[in-house]
Design a protein around this ligand. Structure first.
Ligand code: NAP
Length: 326
């Protein structure tokens, strides 16, 4: 067992360059904790928001002047190397994947997590890199489309941002649900949308989405590039507009549409759901992977030592699927 932990610190909010490498003694798991040797971890838009402390209102939860939890990264995959005396779910040698959640610290060589956290046994057929990203796009899009949107066979869905982490998973999840899928991306990703399983690909640089004859049962704006108000006419009667990027207009639309009924706007923070609920969703997501209906889209893989570069790429707003450090 390595004697030290390699991790990345965030002592102040800011651009990728605020990330600082650090080494520390390897932690000893508490009675209900698991020590994991991390093989791969995700670098997500949410990680970028935590690092930057944006939107600013998020600092109420993250820490007002500086991050309260000062390590980076949430999604991870690796092997259990030690467990506390009261741990029953896992044993040394088990391959596991999941997320550190608000504890952060997944962009590291090791991490200690609670037995009851969002951790699942990793099947042998699943690579560490694929497993590390499941808690971002796949889990979030599952929650939005299947739980919030109630998407089912025969419905029409529009996915804005179909080439991103959430979008690339959403296209595949919607297709697997039997929906008719329309997705948007820029010119270079039109072919990718079709390969992922979209029935129709739209280039957002050349066509407005707010007009047109199509009516969708579900619109999933994975990026927050539209608004409920602008897209309402594109929704079928009783349709749902889903968006994972919180803003004041979205909050207002979600509260108002709840009161008046009919077409609804919905937001959720998937990562704040109880761990047992998220483990249930991950089980569903794993089922789709096993059937071959969902394949995580990996864009770039960096060594852990290049985390700053990985953050820079993630923040371009044009990554294709997911970014991983190993
Ligand atoms: N609420 C929650 O529970 C939750 C959970 C996870 C993530 N999130 C949030 O979800 C958001 C999306 O994250 P992500 O990782 O999926 O994003 P991402 O991977 O960074 O999105 C990049 C993709 O967006 C496409 N894109 C850029 N501008 C576009 C536009 N105007 N229309 C359509 N596509 C466009 C790009 O395609 P082109 O290169 O072709 O333009 C690129 O492939 C983030 O804000 C994240 O914080 C929320």
């Amino acid at each position: 067992m390595a004697a030290t932990l390699s991790a990345w610190r965030i002592d102040r909010y800011g651009p990728p360059e605020v990330l600082r490498p650090e080494t520390a003694p390897l932690p000893t798991p508490g009675p209900r904790e698991i020590l994991i040797r991390i093989r791969a971890s995700a670098v997500t838009r949410a990680d970028g928001m935590m690092r930057a402390g944006r939107p600013r209102f998020a600092r109420l939860f993250l820490g007002l002047g500086r991050p309260r939890q000062n390590r980076s990264g949430t999604g991870l995959s690796g092997e259990v190397i030690a467990v506390g005396a009261e741990v029953t779910r896992f044993a040394p040698g088990d391959a596991v994947f999941g997320e550190a959640g608000m504890r952060f610290g997944a962009n590291a060589s090791h991490i200690c997590l609670e037995d009851g956290s969002v951790l699942m046994p990793k099947p042998d057929w699943l690579s560490h890199q694929d497993a590390a990203v499941l808690c971002d796009g796949p889990l979030t899009s599952w929650h939005f489309l299947r739980e919030l949107g109630g998407l089912h066979a025969g419905q029409r869905v529009l996915i804005l941002g179909g080439a991103g982490s959430l979008g690339s998973a959403a296209v595949q999840i919607a297709r697997a649900a039997g929906a008719e899928v329309t997705a948007t991306a820029g010119p270079r990703n039109q072919g990718l949308l079709l390969e992922l399983g979209a029935d129709h690909a739209i280039d957002y640089t050349s066509r407005s989405l707010e007009t047109g004859a199509a009516r969708y049962d579900v619109i999933f704006d994975t990026l927050g590039v539209s608004s409920f108000r602008a897209m309402k006419d594109q929704l079928a009667e009783g349709g749902r507009y889903l968006c994972p990027v919180l803003s004041l207009p979205l909050l207002a639309a979600s509260l108002w549409s709840r009161v008046v009924g009919g077409k609804r706007a919905l937001f959720a923070a998937a990562g704040l759901l109880p761990p047992e609920v998220l483990r249930g969703y991950l089980g569903q997501v794993l089922g789709l992977l096993e059937e071959g209906a969902l394949v995580p889209l990996l864009d770039r893989v960096y060594p852990l030592s290049d985390l700053v570069e990985a953050h820079r790429h993630m923040e371009t707003g044009h990554k294709r699927g997911n970014v991983v450090v190993v």
